[in-house]
Write a protein that binds this ligand. Structure first.
Ligand SMILES: Cc1cc2nc3c(=O)[nH]c(=O)nc-3n(C[C@H](O)[C@H](O)[C@H](O)COP(=O)(O)OP(=O)(O)OC[C@H]3O[C@@H](n4cnc5c(N)ncnc54)[C@H](O)[C@@H]3O)c2cc1C
Length: 345
């Protein structure tokens, strides 16, 4: 029978799962709670009519040795693959391809595969946690139906910053730090197009003077490895921050229609897509990060991690969770099996 310390991780995105993996490897028994139906968070895939779109994160870069080490076996297994799409900038005069950038990676066959393959070994429950309460030196969790979980020896909060603030009600000093973080929303447009639009690129950062400044990014999702590359093209477009500011509370159908109009104008097509959908991410990107790798209470083993600690990217989320997992393992008297990342807290 296993008898390691019990750790609860709230949030099953890349930060939560990398924390869970580091703790499991050190000998903790980890349970992950995520309010969504499956783990992955913003590494998300929408499926519709036999098609799929990565409607959250598009791709990621890997610079830190800790992330590279974690990715090496996943690359060998084909779960993480380079995306060799033609990417550049869409300007009023047309598309300009970039050259010589660092490799972009994607999860295969979908972005969330990366999270599943981190190998945390943790049990994942689809539960929305509302409260964390101390119970002597331990912690209990309560979900939105009033059900209790625990007790746990340690708790890691790996949600977007606004949710972390409310979960940290028992730690006002940490909550105040997280409250300084600012996150911005995003609208994502998903298109399914029979045949081909005949465009010469797979991904484009959209210049502000194209299509009224409504878009920031366009990508042919099925150009990524492992996606069905058949008779239908799947396209993604992200609204620009300025556009989102004035359309955040609009109905999804209205947003889809407006962003489709911007998309067709930007790429110069008259082809009507068969599938047009919009998805709103309320906490998509970090505008003002915390400025340190993670938070861990100095008195008891409760901490918080996420992309919002150092930036707005998958790599930052991984490193934040990984290092908080190691620090929590050390606090519990476990010997971590992984080195911490290059720029620890
Ligand atoms: C549209 C879009 C495009 C992006 N593009 C890129 C890109 O190209 N490259 C890149 O590197 N990054 C990109 N990002 C950012 C990237 O997705 C994030 O940095 C990263 O996925 C964050 O991981 P995380 O684990 O910190 O948070 P999340 O992935 O948000 O995970 C947090 C989890 O916590 C859960 N949760 C929240 N509250 C509770 C609760 N009370 N109880 C239980 N569970 C809870 C949520 O359901 C979620 O699964 C993009 C994001 C968006 C939205």
């Amino acid at each position: 029978m296993q008898n390691g310390p019990l750790v609860a991780v709230i949030g099953g995105g890349i930060a939560g799962q990398s924390a869970a993996a580091a703790l499991s490897e050190a000998g903790a028994l980890v349970t992950v709670f995520d309010k969504a139906r499956g783990a992955g968070g913003r590494l998300a895939t929408r499926r519709e009519g036999g098609l799929q779109w990565d409607h959250g994160a598009q791709y990621f870069t890997a610079r830190d040795p800790a992330l590279k080490a974690r990715l090496a076996p996943l690359t060998a297994q084909g779960v993480v693959v380079p995306w060799a799409g033609i990417v550049g900038t869409l300007a009023p005069a047309g598309f300009v391809a970039e050259d010589g950038t660092e490799p972009r990676f994607v999860g295969c066959p979908r972005m969330s595969a990366l999270v599943g393959a981190l190998g945390s070994g943790a049990t994942v429950y689809s539960v929305e946690i509302r409260e964390i309460a101390p119970r002597g030196p331990l912690f209990t969790l309560t979900d939105r139906h009033g059900e209790h979980f625990g007790p746990y020896d340690a708790v890691i909060i790996a949600t977007p910053a606004p949710q972390a603030v409310s979960l940290l009600a028992l730690e006002p000093a940490l909550a105040a730090r997280v409250a300084e973080v600012e996150m911005a929303p995003c609208w994502a447009l998903m298109l399914g197009v029979s045949g081909s639009l005949g465009l010469t690129f797979d991904g484009a950062f959209v210049a502000p003077d194209v299509a009224g400044g409504a878009l920031s990014w366009i990508a042919r999702d099925n150009s990524k490895p492992g996606r069905a590359d058949g008779a239908v093209e799947t396209w993604i477009a992200h609204a620009s921050p300025d556009w989102i500011r004035t359309h955040l509370e609009d109905m999804p159908e209205d947003v889809a229609a407006a962003l489709l109009a911007a998309f067709t104008q930007a790429v110069g097509t008259s082809t009507r897509p068969d599938i047009v959908q919009a998805h709103r991410w309320r906490h998509a990107m970090t505008l003002r990060p915390l400025g340190q790798r993670f938070l861990l209470d100095p008195r008891r083993p409760i901490g918080a991690c996420g992309d919002w600690c150092l930036g707005a990217r998958i790599e930052g989320a991984f490193l934040s969770g990984h290092d908080l997992g190691l620090a929590t393992a050390a606090r519990l008297g476990l010997v971590p099996r992984q080195a911490s990342s290059s720029a620890s807290q």
